[in-house]
Write a protein that binds this ligand. Sequence first.
Ligand code: V47
Ligand code: SF4
Length: 390
Amino acid sequence: MSSSAISVLISAEKDPILQSIGNKVIAKQRISFDEGVQLFERGSLSFLGALANWIREEKHGNKTYFNRNFHIEPTNVCVFSCAFCSYSRLYSNREEGWELSIDQMMHIIKSYDGKPVTEVHIVGGVHPKMTLSFFIELLKTIKAHRPDLHIKAFTPVELDYMFRKANVSVEEGMRMAHEAGLDSLPGGGAEIFHEEIRSKICADKVDAAGWLKIHQTAHRLGMHSNATLLYGHIETYAHRIDHMDRLRNLQDETKGFNTFIPLKFRNKDNDMSDIPESSIIEDMRMYAVSRIYMDNFPHIKAYWPMLGRQNAQLTLSFGVNDIDGTIDDSTKIYAMAGSEEQSPTMSTAELVRLIQQVNRQPIERGTLYNEIRDFSNVDPSMLETDVLMN
Ligand code: V47
Ligand code: SF4
């Protein structure tokens, strides 16, 4: 939408509060905490969508990023007990648990030899026997085998636990991990920062201050990271804005975040299964408000395995400019929580088609958003027969 079209839309808005927020946004001024809450409370899908889409096109035009990555989950055994988690198996109930050795993980890494993947994403449960030295050895072994593979791994939940067990400070621990080959941090473990909610849904793992400190330390060491927010359960709009506000403040200081990823709560087989899932309209409103509020985050990502492919496609009109990647995983975390995607993997051809179908420009990126290839004029069916593309 052009700047004149968005101005017309805003001046036609009957709600004076929304009109004033809209005018601020198109003047590229930051909106306040209260204005963020007002957007959630008063903004229609069409108003929020138009504003978010305008910002997205101002920042990125039609460019829509994806990457070629794969996931490894070292274990689903976890000492914590988040109420929304459908995935972890307690240490005491290990029949359904798995734990991969370094050799087993290297076997997965080696299965990508010769394939043009650029990133491995490693996240799992918090296993009491998988220590800092175990993961340092894993990082070093991966880098020795394939130095160019970007390692995006471990949430502050895992890092905080391994640092405390190893009796090292956050600064020491992060430096050791970085020197061993850790390139960046994924966005998980953030959930909802506000204590009122955190104490109910994930009381026993790292708190908001601990999560933020680990990302701040990573940024100070020159690493980049992502941030998530788990929405659509017992939180209020003010809790969502509080969460985004803390991230926006840290980003002002460090500029180390790449991407903000709203994660839709899925309710299958967990201790919060009685809570209905959010509607698709609420999902799109969430993405749109994220794009509007997080003015200093370059990218907003929709994680397609959780939303489903078509809904992820829809987010591209609500502020989103990144749909993650090929993933290639039997990722259990969402499958077990009721996601449509039971074994998420998409070929490059499928990703390109998905983006082209809604008239956006598919760009393959590296983890740090370096552009690898523009697929705008590539016919996806030609990619299907190219073994390197799948
Ligand atoms: O922190 C767990 C979430 C997260 C459920 O940085 C659930 O590129 C919904 O953060 N319903 C981990 N969500 C995954 C994650 C992530 C994924 C993809 C890319 C990146 C990135 C990060 O999964 C957890 C938690 O918030 N989660 N259970 C559930 N029932
Ligand atoms: Fe453990 Fe993560 Fe599940 Fe929480 S969400 S129980 S930390 S695996």
